[in-house]
Design a binder for this molecule. Sequence first.
Ligand code: FES
Length: 81
Amino acid sequence: MDKITVCMGSSCFGKGNQATAEAVMQFIQEHKLEDEIEVSGCLCSGHCASGPNILINDKLISDVSQQSIGAVIAQELGLEL
Ligand code: FES
């Protein structure tokens, strides 16, 4: 199972990761990936300057946004959509 972790530390949260987390959930629902991707949140991992951040299978992806996140997930997981 693939794993997406959205940083919910105050810096990433303040830079829009709440909206990004919602976009991740929406993407998973739209593509019926509930059984393939597990989503969780985490606290600050010390990479605030390059945030907002998410982890996809423990790989740090920086400067994510609500708009770009779907394409980023598809690319990282090699999804054919
Ligand atoms: S708040 Fe996300 S890396 Fe610090």
